[in-house]
Design a protein around this ligand. Sequence first.
Ligand SMILES: Nc1ncnc2c1ncn2[C@@H]1O[C@H](COP(=O)(O)OP(=O)(O)OP(=O)(O)O)[C@@H](O)[C@H]1O
Ligand SMILES: [K+]
Ligand SMILES: [Mg+2]
Length: 679
Amino acid sequence: MSKTRTTALPKDLYQRAFVESVKKLDPRVMLKNPVMFVVEVGFFLTLLLTIFPDLFGGASDRLYNGVVSLILFVTILFANFAEALAEGRGKAQAESLKKTKQDTKARRLAKDGTIQIVSATELRKGDLVLVEAGELIPADGEIVAGIASVDESAITGESAPVMKEAGGDFSSVTGGTRVVSDSIRVRVTADPGESFLDRMISLVEGAKRQKTPNEMALHTLLVSLTLIFLIVCTTLQPIASYVNAALPVATLVALLVCLIPTTIGGLLSAIGIAGMDRVTQFNVIAMSGKAVEASGDINTIILDKTGTITYGNRMAAEFVPVGAGTAAELNRAAAQSSVHDETPEGRSIVELAKKQGLSASELELPGSLGVEFRAETRMSGTNLANGVLIRKGAVDAIKAYVREQGGEIPADLDEKTSRIATAGGTPLAVAEGNVILGLIYLKDTVKPGMRERFEELRRMGIRTVMCTGDNPLTAATIAREAGVDDFVAEAKPEDKIALIRKEQAEGKLVAMTGDGTNDAPALAQADVGLAMNSGTAAAKEAANMVDLDSDPTKIIEVVAIGKQLLMTRGALTTFSIANDVAKYFAIIPAMFMLAIPQMNALNIMGLATPQSAILSALIFNALIIPLLIPLAMKGVKYTPMSASRLLSRNLVIYGGGGILVPFAGIKLIDLLLVGLNLV
Ligand SMILES: Nc1ncnc2c1ncn2[C@@H]1O[C@H](COP(=O)(O)OP(=O)(O)OP(=O)(O)O)[C@@H](O)[C@H]1O
Ligand SMILES: [K+]
Ligand SMILES: [Mg+2]
């Protein structure tokens, strides 16, 4: 099975990016990037002066104008190329995803039970379809009946099939994936054009890309700087004529372009696109750049327990009678409470009871009614035809329920509950009427490597909180085993939201990972909501990121990429602005050398002639863009350390480098120009 995460051949990628960067020269496109737009205006101006050297009166040097014009043109192309290159990978990926979108036939179940063969594009939300082994699932949906192994490689790139089953947190299926064995009945949850695959395509294509808040702020700064330098350069002319220095228009344009932040202006959008792309390479689909950016500033991460920290296939391992309840009674009641329970927990309870010798006749309950499990009640059960109510659920929930019915709590319940919980298991109490018969021991396993991963988050300065519907003892055991900083037990969906709101009210940015429908509201409330691809459609809908590998600790990579994204922007902005120092020393003396010979004292770089100084600065200004493309695409290296240390380290590297590098670069270009007899 092939991975979809293919990328176009590098050569092809560069060719396409080149074509795109020429197309982007359209001034209407350039206008979106004011810094580079100013460069383009400068290019047209100097081009005009090359054709009509005396356009503004007084003959100017045609060749000089032409050379300045050419360098400006190349500068714009370099900036466009950076953006096109960053976009290229996503476009290639979108194309390969589109290939997996094929029109399939679906077997739709009509209300009267008949089966109609229809095209997948005719399916609408709410339709029921049958899918059997070997067939493609025609649309996104939720399994309402059956269990199947599904090959999701078309979406996730992972070739091992995954089990999907009705009920619980593993019930959602994605259109375009293939059923490998068994058959399922699926309720369609997305209309055509709104499927997960459609959303994924438009995301990697960048079709709906919008500027993120951080980009907007930076954008405003860059525009302000450009305006300031525009004013400075236009007022230079009258000052110059006052000291009798004739400033050629091309020189003023060159000065302006050197001073405005073209480096960061040319690379800004490439940095953002590349950041999104890096997240995608980790098999995480980010719904917006804003989400990736926010993850760089996360203070707290809230994780669901079951299915997130643990594998989530909670299986009944043991029945533990309490009070006057006998093993046989508990066995029967536990199974009867689960006959209608389609969750993996429910089915495993029936399995265990049968294994322990329960006869099949005890499970035939004509006229009985199922009470579905809900995260709010944390109970499920069966209403028997004879009026007896059987319930199972979280121990505190069942205790409250039994007390309400005037029942007694068996003396040994708490002690036996603790035994299961301290072992990390989930205890479910079983009640028939108002009598608690015993406990079901549900076993689950903490995923390997959790402790190391949470340790890494701690080094990043991020607090981890496990939030579970389970009881405090189980929660404490699992929390200790996994190594999270804190936990909240017996949490209902609204408690998860309340916890997130509380953290946010303290000014913290909160990430949440989860997989269940009960996690959906919290995933939506969090600044970064990372849903597991294995999770329910509701969870994936509410989240702003989906991990295709369903690995909750992937949030670490996402946080690192977010931090890298913010740091890369900051570093290149610092570098871009620090560059101006060297350019001042190159250009200002050159401009005034003829009129004010003393200015030559400022020519500390010993540049050959005024013209070579200006051209060297301008050439450096152009070349630095492609030289920094690899850094913009790969991102500044991130190692977990405190924010203030990171900041001062980056200031030294990129601020210091930004001042020193252009001195060397401009001098080198000047020597080259002289050596080649070009000036
Ligand atoms: N099928 C079920 N029938 C009855 N009770 C259940 C069932 N499944 C779970 N419970 C009980 O409800 C509690 C909450 O379950 P739920 O799956 O909603 O947890 P959660 O809030 O998603 O947290 P986590 O997934 O971290 O455990 C469980 O701890 C368990 O006690
Ligand atoms: K510049
Ligand atoms: Mg859950």
